[in-house]
Design a protein. Structure first.
Length: 113
């Protein structure tokens, strides 16, 4: 019975992967599928899964700056990633001089934009 379940799980995973990569699949459906897959990891939070699977790290299409865009800094810190220590472009503290647009909330803007 366990072999049958494993085979069904693999078949379902293949169908979901095909749906995600299909050009005819809407972005909304892709997000739903990815969300369900991420939720399926028992005992893990969404941010933990995002971080461990490398789904949160990417490069800005405008400037090319690499960062964990989809995980709040507090959640990264729990996992041992302190952005200001890993990334020379990120200041420990920001103010109106270093970031006139966002000021003190500069580090937080990556997950709310």
């Amino acid at each position: 019975m366990a072999k049958q379940i494993d085979a069904v799980d693999k078949a379902n995973a293949k169908v979901l992967a095909d749906l995600i990569t299909d050009l005819g699949t809407t972005d909304q459906l892709r997000v739903k599928i990815l969300s369900k897959l991420l939720e399926a990891r028992e005992g893990q939070s969404f941010f933990q899964t995002m971080y461990e699977e490398g789904l949160s790290f990417g490069f800005c299409p405008c400037c090319g700056h690499g960062n964990h865009w989809g995980v709040p800094e507090d959640e990264l810190n729990i996992r041992g990633w302190v952005t200001q220590e890993k990334d020379p472009e990120v200041l420990a503290n920001t103010d109106s001089e270093s970031c006139p647009t966002y000021q003190e909330s500069c580090k937080k803007k990556k997950v709310v934009m």
